[in-house]
Ligand binder design. Structure first.
Ligand code: FNR
Length: 356
């Protein structure tokens, strides 16, 4: 928990202001837990800088007076093509944790991807707000236990199951090790009655899961499957072969294997491989509405926000997350007017050029 949070409403004026306030006001350990990547943090940095490789070619005098950011994902209506990424260990950041996130996504008519590794059970998170939610689970442990969790998610009203495939063991979080920051397993254990999940996640050995395990589990899944952590065309194809209804291009915000490529750089080859068969989401390094615009122009269907949502939640619970969603949406709207796009479907690759 972050005892510096005073109960006073926090005003976040811009997204860089969010970053600045979070760094200045959160406890150093909380800030480090949110901000740190794995290893030398090359991927974390590359995720953010990948956006500068793209420049916008606006459609001027397009007569666009107002814009509509509405879209949908797996049949769920979204007010904007933004969802919240799963944030585990959430109550380390703020006492309300993921209940704050689902409260905010409900009030802003979007979708939260709720993390398995939480101190709060998926049922309690679901009960906190009525809006649509997707449950995230790790590709690890016995398939029977995985399916039991999926069934609990179905019963609690979750719309899909998002399986994270890039976390067979936690990444080598250099910065957290240097600062001697360790996480109490209780922060991971709200969905599990024994300590096996936390022990596996915090342990040294990798998950025994393979694509065959995923295919086997997917056949018996009571919910649509979303695969998160895809970074190559071949893995996108494999995910679809397993029955995935969507893939999320993600490197876990550079928190897992360092030196993997930036997600934005991998997006085009994954879109080619998916070839319109499923919606493609992406996360990693999105810090402005303009970043969101660029990913949509390259062909992504939806963007997931990780650290900005974690910072908003840590600073001010649901109110903080609402402000983060509002700022991304407002900036995206402004970018759309300036670039001459009235609807999300008007945003396409003609509006981008690669920096020379
Ligand atoms: C995460 N992420 C994550 N992903 C996941 O699949 N399960 C999890 O439990 C967590 N936990 C988590 C905690 C914190 C504090 C952060 C910052 C991130 C990764 C997250 O869902 C997403 O992939 C990245 O955060 C996206 O990159 P950005 O937006 O943080 O740059």
């Amino acid at each position: 928990m972050n005892p510096q949070v005073t109960g006073q409403p926090t005003v976040i004026r811009t997204l860089p202001h969010l970053h600045q306030r979070a760094q200045a006001e959160l406890l150093p350990d909380v800030w480090a837990y949110i901000d740190a990547g794995a290893g030398a943090e090359a991927t974390r940095t590359d995720n953010e800088s990948a956006f500068t490789q793209w420049q916008v070619l606006p459609r001027l005098l397009s007569g666009v007076t107002t814009v509509d950011t509405a879209t949908s994902f797996l049949g769920i209506e979204l007010a904007a093509p933004l969802m919240t990424a799963p944030i585990g260990c959430d109550r380390l950041l703020h006492p309300t944790g993921q209940t704050a996130v689902v409260t905010a996504t409900t009030s802003r008519s979007t979708v939260a991807v709720v993390a398995e590794a939480s101190a709060t059970s998926l049922e309690d998170v679901a009960a906190a707000a009525t809006g649509p939610k997707i449950m995230q689970v790790h590709a690890q442990g016995a398939v029977s236990e995985f399916l039991a969790l999926a069934e609990r998610a179905r019963a609690a009203g979750y719309a899909a199951l998002c399986v994270t495939i890039d976390c067979p063991v936690l990444g080598w979080r250099e910065r957290l090790r240097r600062l001697s920051i360790t996480v109490d397993p209780a922060h991971f254990s709200g969905n599990h009655t024994d300590g096996r999940f936390a022990t596996a996640l915090l342990g040294e050995s990798g998950s025994a899961w393979t694509w065959d395990t995923l295919a086997d589990a997917a056949e018996r899944l009571p919910l649509p499957l979303v695969v998160k952590g895809v970074l190559t065309a071949s893995d996108a194809r494999r995910a679809l072969e397993c029955g995935a209804r969507s893939v999320i291009v993600s490197n876990h915000g550079g928190r897992q294997l360092d030196s993997v490529p930036a997600t934005l750089d991998q997006l085009p080859e994954i879109l080619d491989a998916v070839d319109g068969r499923a919606p493609v989401g992406i996360d990693g390094g999105f810090r402005t509405g303009l970043d969101v615009f660029k990913a949509l122009a390259l062909g992504a269907d939806v963007v997931l926000l990780g650290r900005p949502v974690a910072m908003g939640m840590a600073l001010d619970g649901a109110h903080g997350v609402e402000q983060v969603l509002d700022l991304f949406t407002a900036e995206l709207r402004r970018t759309m007017v300036l670039a001459g796009c009235a609807r999300i479907s008007d945003i396409n690759a003609d509006l981008l050029r690669r920096r020379t």
